[in-house]
Design a protein around this ligand. Sequence first.
Ligand SMILES: *Cc1c(COP(=O)(O)O)cnc(C)c1O
Length: 503
Amino acid sequence: MSDRTTMNVRPPVIFEASRERRPGWGRGNVPEHTAMIPDRFLRKNPPLLPEVSELQVVRHFTRLSQHNFSIDTQFYPLGSCTMKYNPKVCHTLSMLPEFLERHPLAPESMGQGVMQCLFELGEYLKEITGTAGVSLTPMAGAQGEFAGVAMIRAYHLDRGDHERVEMLIPDAAHGTNPATAAMCGLKVREIPTNAAGDVDIEALKKVLGPQTAGLMLTNPSTLGVFERRIREIAALVHQAGGLLYYDGANLNAITGRVRPGDMGFDAIHVNVHKTFATPHGGGGPGAGPVGVSARLVPYLPVPMVVKTDDGSGYRWLDRAEAPRSIGRLSAFAGNVGILLRAYVYIRLLGRDGMRRVADFSTLNANYLKARLQRFGFQIAYPERRATHEFIVTLKRESEQWGVSALDFAKRLLDYGFYAPTIYFPMLVPECLLIEPTETETKEELDRFAEALASIRREAEADPGFVKGAPHHVPVPGGGLGRLDDTRAARKPDLIWRRTLDHE
Ligand SMILES: *Cc1c(COP(=O)(O)O)cnc(C)c1O
C-alpha cells in the first residue's frame, strides 16, 4: 500500500469523494425547522458533511460492511457465543409493520397479537427448560442472571434466612457470574474444578453451610464438558438450604434432550440471542428471559403477559397481583423485537428441530475436535466427549515456537475465518474455545481444520510471520498489519483527516 500508484486508484473515503454542491438528498429541508430552535442552540459552522451522490453513499457503506466479519460471510466459531446462522425469516416476520410500529403504550385490546406471541414464547421456554414460570423482560443474559440471583436472595430474605450471604461459583465460570453475585450484594466463593473438568465435589461439600445462598453453574460448562454429577451437586446444595442458578449460555448443546429444571436448578436464564438465533455481534441487542422453579415464581420480574380470566385473550399482569416480584428491569416489555425472533425460530423448528439443534451442534464439535486432534493439536479434556464446544490448548506451540493463541487467532483472519474465543476460560493456558454450531457443513469444518493446521506449520517454519498477522485484513487508517489491541479499544483513531495524499 506504500506504492503511490496503488494509493491513487484505491476507492475514495466518502469525504474524499465529496464535491461542493454535488446534489445529495434531503439537505434542502433543514433550514425550515431552524426557526423553531433558539439561537443559542444553533451551531455556528455547518457540519462537515460530504456532498456525494446516492450511488457514492451506497458504495461507501457497502464497501465498509464488507470489511467486517459476519455469519453471512464467514465461519464464526466464537466459543460460548453460539454464532449460528440466523434464519432471515425470523427477522422478516418480527419486522412486520404491525409489530414494528406498535406503540408500547397502546392499550391491551390493540396488542393481542404481540401479547399472544410473548405468552406462547414463555410457555415454550418453560417446556424447553423444565421450569414452572418464565419472565421475558431481562434484556441480556447478564441481566437474566441478575434477575435470577435477586430472586434467590429475595426468597431467602422472605423466609427470614438472613445468614445466606455466599454464592458459590466454579473457577471455570463466565465473568458475569461473580459480577452478578456481587451486584446482588453476595460474597463470591470460588469452587475448584478437578482434572477431568468437573466440579470438585469434595471441595464443594467443605464450603456448603448455613451461609450458602446458592450455586451458579453452567452445564455443559465453559470447559465444553457436561457435568455428570449434577443431580448429586443439586441435592447437596438443596440439603444445605441453598438454591441453584443455571447460566443458560450453553443451552444449545442440550435443547430438546435435557432440561435444567430436571437437573435440579431453581433459576435459569436463556440467552435467546445465542440458542434461539438472533444476531448478536458487537454487543448488539439480546434478551435473557428467566425461568424458575415453583418456589421462585412469586418473585419473577414484571411485566408479564397472562391470559384473561375467561381465557379468551391476554393482559399484562397487574403489579398488585405480584407483590413479591423483584420489580422492573427494563422499559416497557423488554427487547420485544428479539423475543419475537426467538418465537419465530422455535415455531419454525418445532420439538424435533430443537432436538436436532443439540444433536448436530454436538456432532459438529466432536467431529472438528477429532480432526484437529489428528492434525496434532492438543485438546484440553481429550478423554471427555465434547458438548457443543471444546478447547484446544496451544501451550506446546507457545513454548516451542513462541506463537500464542492470540497469534493463531490473528492469522486465522487472513484465512477468512473469524477467530474462536481465546484466553477463556482462564483455567486453560493459551486456549481456543471453539464452537462450530449446528449450521455449518462438514466441508466448512474441514476447511477450518486445514487452515489451523496450515497456521501450525507456518508457526513452526517462520514464527515471526504468524506473530505479525493479520497480513491481509484492512485496518483503520488504510493500512494492513496488527493493531495495538489496547489502543484500538481505548483510544480508537477513527477520524478522517485531510492529508496531502488526498489533495
Ligand atoms: C454470553 C454469556 C453470558 C452473558 O450473556 P449476555 O447475553 O452476553 O449478557 C453468561 N455466561 C456465559 C457462559 C456466556 O457465554
